[in-house]
Design a protein around this ligand. Sequence first.
Ligand SMILES: C[S@@+](CC[C@H](N)C(=O)[O-])C[C@H]1O[C@@H](n2cnc3c(N)ncnc32)[C@H](O)[C@@H]1O
Length: 275
Amino acid sequence: MKPIPLDGRVYLVGAGPGDPELLTLRAVRLLERADVVVYDHLVSSAVLDFVSPTAERIYAGKRRNEHTMRQEQINALLVTLAQQGKQVVRLKGGDPFIFGRGGEELQTLAAHGVAFEVVPGVTAASGVSSYAGIPLTHRDYAQSCLFVTGHLKDGTADLDWPNMVRPRQTVVIYMGLGGLPEICRQMMLHGASPRLPIAVVQDGSIATQKVVTGTLADMPERVARAGLKSPCLTLIGDVVKLHDSLAWFKPVAPAVAPAPVAPKKLRRPAVALSV
Ligand SMILES: C[S@@+](CC[C@H](N)C(=O)[O-])C[C@H]1O[C@@H](n2cnc3c(N)ncnc32)[C@H](O)[C@@H]1O
């Protein structure tokens, strides 16, 4: 095992898509020893259970339209904590280098001479597709795979649509729930078949996972009917057909906690009751 140095250092760690079993050994060891953990909203509570009870936990948020801390504040915080000599884990959902702004944070650390390491995580494309039983490539259906962000600027489409509609590929869209109707519309406008299979997976790899499948033509309506909520990953391509036969993960909703039992009243001795 790599030793953990005594001077301040930031570990940029990927937390995977939610199931704590998907953490790397290195991630678990660092979480157990960190002085401070700065984490994002996509990090599941089961993953945070690995953080030492003596460590400070700082929530850095960053849900859409609800930025608890601005990116510059997070960058500055990491520098300050490391300069105080702390072992800092910067914990991000999935993999920090895939739509995770990990590179931006490291650039600030490098500019301030702060030592850092990167611990990759299982990115949503990989973890969520696995738990949904949808292989990203398959010799019969897709020889390539494209990861894009569906976070459309001002609701307008600035994706490379001709590239998105290439045959025999799987398109994986991060942050694509809000833009789904526009994405489906643009793909059909650019020549994709309205019958092209598509899946939207909410909360992949955890107990609340939901998978909705359909076609480019009917998916926006299906997703609206299912009431899916963020985080959702969208997978488009013929590999989605495999979901019906390969879906192995049966999410089990957490048992409903029993209603709190009212504290028992002190009973009087039987003899007193019978008075
Ligand atoms: C800001 S990006 C972060 C991606 C992350 N760095 C990764 O490698 O997975 C957030 C998006 O990742 C996707 N995502 C992350 N975890 C997910 C999960 N458990 N289920 C479904 N989608 C997920 C969603 O598309 C979400 O909007």
